[in-house]
Design a protein around this ligand. Sequence first.
Ligand SMILES: NC(=O)c1ccc[n+]([C@@H]2O[C@H](COP(=O)([O-])OP(=O)(O)OC[C@H]3O[C@@H](n4cnc5c(N)ncnc54)[C@H](O)[C@@H]3O)[C@@H](O)[C@H]2O)c1
Length: 256
Amino acid sequence: MTFDPSQNSTLFTDQVVVVIGASNGIGRAAASLISHRGAKVIIADMNPDGLKELAAELNLPANQVHVLDVSDQIAVTNVITSIIKDHGKIDALVNSAGIVGQSNVKVEDLDWALYEKTLQVNLYGAIWLTQQIIPHMKKQAYGRIVHLASIAGKEGNPGMAPYNTSKAGLIGFVKGVAKELAPAGIIINALAPAVISTPMNSNTSEETLKYMISRIPLGRTGQASEVAEIIAFMASPACSFTTGFTFDISGGRATY
Ligand SMILES: NC(=O)c1ccc[n+]([C@@H]2O[C@H](COP(=O)([O-])OP(=O)(O)OC[C@H]3O[C@@H](n4cnc5c(N)ncnc54)[C@H](O)[C@@H]3O)[C@@H](O)[C@H]2O)c1
């Protein structure tokens, strides 16, 4: 590989980038930034209103917008098939779809159906998306896959067993799959944010937020635009010698 400093490898010229969970928060900011960096972005989410707003903002035609519930394996297969049919390839996947699930509940009191639902969205959805996309990336011997994990998957938050389990599972999934995919030229990483100001945290109590911020050396919550910057790097050709890793974006909370 030759290094040409005049080439900007953080751009997405001629690339197709799929962003899942694009209706809100981190996914929305990432889709917007990656689109402004030159990609043809395909946005998907289960929330059609947010998709409509973002599609209007980015001026996207209907075949770049998909309503998708990632906890439905058949729907995941159908959407990826339809993207390939319409656009011919997928250079990068950013998967930001996620739910908190039950929180502030002791492990012995958790509702199993809700536990499973959190795993289906946060973990199985990520696995199914990866499985569907890999064959297409292998054909072009290039690909970037970014999954949103969480500091909860590294440290574990009390009262949030389903979320912790899903994110720790995702971190483990990415580690192993990276080693399988490295010879094929495909790079896969996770990202572990601490607390970011998005709709996901809109119901978090003042007291919990205060506690979370007290653990962040930078003394504030992160912004979706800040997370989008690191995602854009991870999804771009510039991220070429890091795979299987969980990047940190925690304001200094997790220095490991
Ligand atoms: N905000 C934080 O503090 C924080 C911290 C750590 C990790 N994360 C992770 O980052 C990711 C994005 O979080 P966010 O803060 O932007 O949340 P958000 O709630 O603002 O956005 C999540 C998006 O995922 C979509 N979504 C939910 N379930 C879905 C499903 N079944 N199928 C398709 N789309 C679905 C929602 O409609 C929404 O648009 C999540 O995976 C989350 O766990 C967030």
